[in-house]
Write a protein of this length. Structure first.
Length: 246
């Protein structure tokens, strides 16, 4: 974590605004981070050492406004404080800088490739990810990794993030009934993790297949029993007692 010349009095998260109160100007700024978080809630359901914040203020100094990314991931923090959850993310309380920050570029450009890049670099965020579906000649997804205090653009889609144990990338899919390019988490082999809806559909299909197999096995058992009865009747017709064949 960065060393700050902090004042003696440090307000708690409850005393600070939970965002900059700036409304999103594109629905994707909520849906894309929401999808990433929804997948994590399944992948890391048993883990309690992570937080994925969406449009949540990150406070690095009590006298300065927060940085409010579209989404961010912190590891090694309490997932829940209490039932009220976090109103904001306060660095002097958490003592952990987010490892991953996401910005979604909308029609109203908000300096994601310039000022914000410098801010996250100074803050010490390991991975700064920028997504823009409006780009034509450059990749929609940029993953910047902090190397010796400076961001270096990573190549590929998806990009493996070893410190997180996940890959990040984008491809066409369906979420909330909308078919378009979405961002997803990936495993080390580049296989995409399923969305909650896809997982549910997969589980339903698996249950249907198991029910079908059980029905087929029951039919085979019934057919076998009918065959035994037919053979037994044939033996009796020949004057042979099927109960004394030994």
């Amino acid at each position: 974590m960065l060393e700050y010349n902090l004042p003696r009095y440090l307000p708690s998260a409850e005393e600070l605004p939970d965002s900059d109160e700036t409304p999103v100007d594109n629905e994707l700024q909520e849906l894309i981070p929401g999808l990433l978080k929804a997948i994590l809630l399944i992948l890391w359901a048993e883990r309690m050492d992570w937080l994925f914040g969406i449009d949540m203020g990150i406070y690095y100094h009590p006298d300065k406004p927060p940085i409010v990314p579209d989404g961010f991931l912190s590891l090694g923090v309490e997932r829940f404080y209490d039932e009220e959850l976090r109103p904001s993310y306060v660095l002097w309380d958490e003592n952990v800088v987010p490892i991953f920050v996401l910005e979604i570029v909308s029609q109203n450009y908000r300096k994601e490739y310039t000022t914000k890049l410098d801010e996250y670099e100074a803050l010490g965020v390991l991975y700064y990810v920028i997504y823009s579906s409006r780009r034509r000649r450059k990749p929609h997804l940029e993953v910047h990794k902090l190397v010796n205090g400076k961001y270096e653009l990573q190549e590929g889609n998806p990009v493996w993030l070893p410190e997180i144990g996940l890959g990040i990338g984008c491809e066409r899919g369906n979420y909330c009934g909308v078919t378009r390019e979405w961002m997803y988490w990936y495993d080390e082999q580049g296989q995409r993790y399923l969305t909650p809806a896809e997982q549910l559909k997969q589980e339903i299909q698996r249950a249907q297949q198991e029910a079908q197999r059980a029905q087929q096995e029951a039919q085979r058992a019934q057919q076998a029993e009918q065959r035994v009865q037919q053979l037994t009747e044939q033996l009796r017709a020949l004057g042979i007692d099927p109960d004394n064949l030994g």
